[in-house]
Design a protein around this ligand. Sequence first.
Ligand code: GRF
Length: 207
Amino acid sequence: MLKIAVLVSGGGTNLQAIIDAIADKTIADARICLVISNNRGVYALERARRAGIEERVISPSDYPSRAHFHKALLGAVQESGADLVVLAGFLCTIPEEMVKAYENRILNIHPSLIPSFCGKGYYGLKVHEAALERGVRISGATVHFVDCGTDTGPILLQKAVEVLPDDTPKTLQLRIMQEAEWKILPQAIDLIARGRVVVEGRKVKIL
Ligand code: GRF
């Protein structure tokens, strides 16, 4: 059984999509062993509690330095025995030690079609503001493995979503979540749980 640690910062709708997909067996043979939030009081933690999943807050403000925070984060993931780490709207940078310890075992969901509208500074509504500003007709979401860069790791799944003429950053964000993120993140985890994913350099093969 694939053991998953999910890292969150906010509302946790992507976490919920994973919880639901495990419950209805859309994701085969997996369980969430730990949810970690860097923010106290976020709804994602409530979602974990309701599903009976162990949750922890590991916040940079509770540690004397970034290095201590990173050590605590890696320690908690290791202690949980997770095989896979899923960043589901996690807004902190993943330390290099963790990227190395979990090479090609950390997944991130990004709300655009990488390499568009990604990298430093592109998070949350900023991604959708930039897409609307550029006037793209299609945006979407990407599930990728995490390497030492920002949104630069091997791409596992992508799904396109139409941009509508009256879209605001918020309406586009919601449609991308509904039509893409909540589908491809569970789908990606299922592929990994079934042992169907092979990473070869920057390319990902789906068996
Ligand atoms: C999602 O748009 C995700 O792509 C981005 O942050 C948002 C998280 O939303 N990285 P939620 O906390 O899963 O509801």
